[in-house]
Design a binder for this molecule. Structure first.
Ligand code: BDR
Ligand code: CA
Length: 297
């Protein structure tokens, strides 16, 4: 399966990239970054560093610094000031010089060049994908589906109803979610159940390789605030769908000001159930697959 990962690393984005790189079924064509958890300069640096640490040679594009309409909003202390729980330094040995590429151009080039349709995995605010659709609408035909972390049917984590990724750029999310492309939504409904425990982190630490140790260390920082491994859900649902229970629906996004800004809700009048909404996860098996991936470093 050819995939492109658009992300805002971010501790759980880091875990998603490290896990994805070790799934034999996945061929990662590119990684693109966006402002989200941290400003765009830092999420780009981290995306590049993680690609290098994961042994990927794919292009990494730098994306939007601002949402489509509002000012940028970042996640504060949750991911640490370096976005990787204060542990980016542990990956310094993997860093190589690089040329900065533009995310929208990377997305367009990789989609058009792919022989088969591509799965987009979107792990941050959807700004880059909305910009891509506005500039190059023809690429939509090359996208098989979009597996995204974002949204919630059970209340928000950024305001009363809005989940962070959607809340930061609901205008972009509206463009993407209502594009007609089939979606898989890993919202807070499922991702809050995909948490990592201190015992799991001890297992990773004991694997005896620097990448697994890095994963344990950055999750330990992150875990004290938000132990959910949101973003890896959008990767593992592609390779291990049996981990999840799902329902079908058609989503809409609220862009109004106030408590409902960024809310995702089921559209009751739509006849097209084109979004698969993840509901439950087998947490132990989910963490087991991440552990298997980390073992391979
Ligand atoms: C989402 O927001 C970010 O903080 C995480 O990386 C995840 O993508 C969870 O609401
Ligand atoms: Ca993210």
């Amino acid at each position: 399966m050819n995939i492109i990962i658009d992300c805002d690393p971010g501790v759980d984005d880091a875990l998603a990239i490290l896990t994805a790189a070790k799934q034999p079924e996945l061929n990662i064509l590119a990684i693109t970054s966006v402002s989200g958890n941290l400003p765009g300069e830092i999420t780009y640096k981290n995306a590049k560093l993680l690609a290098q640490a994961a042994g990927l040679s794919c292009p990494v594009g730098r994306g939007a610094d601002q949402p489509l309409v509002k000012e940028a909003r970042n996640a504060g202390v949750t991911h640490g000031s370096d976005g990787l729980g204060g542990h980016a330094i542990e990956l310094a040995a993997y860093e190589k010089p690089y040329e900065v590429l533009d995310a929208v151009e990377v997305l367009k080039e990789q989609l058009l060049a792919s022989d088969e349709k591509v799965v987009l995995v979107v792990l941050g605010p959807m700004t880059n994908i909305a910009l891509l659709f506005q500039k190059y609408p023809e690429v939509k035909d090359k996208i098989e589906k979009i597996s995204f972390m974002g949204g919630s049917l059970c209340g928000g984590n950024a305001n009363t109803y809005g989940e962070f990724n959607i809340y930061v750029d609901p205008e972009a999310a509206g463009i993407v979610i209502e594009s007609g492309i089939p979606m898989i939504m890993a919202g807070l409904d499922v991702t809050l159940k995909a948490f990592v425990t201190k015992d799991d982190l001890k297992v990773w630490e004991d694997l005896g390789n620097p990448i697994a140790a890095f994963a344990a260390h950055c999750c330990l920082h992150y875990g004290s605030h938000d132990p959910a491994l949101h973003d890896p859900c959008s990767i593992l649902v592609l390779t291990h769908p049996e981990l999840f229970t799902t329902m079908l629906g058609k989503l809409s996004v609220c862009c109004d000001e106030g408590d409902h800004r960024g809310e995702t809700y089921l559209n009751p009048v739509s006849k097209s159930d084109i979004c698969t909404i993840l509901q439950n996860v087998d947490r132990k098996a989910f963490i087991g697959h991440i552990t298997e991936a980390l073992k391979q470093y």
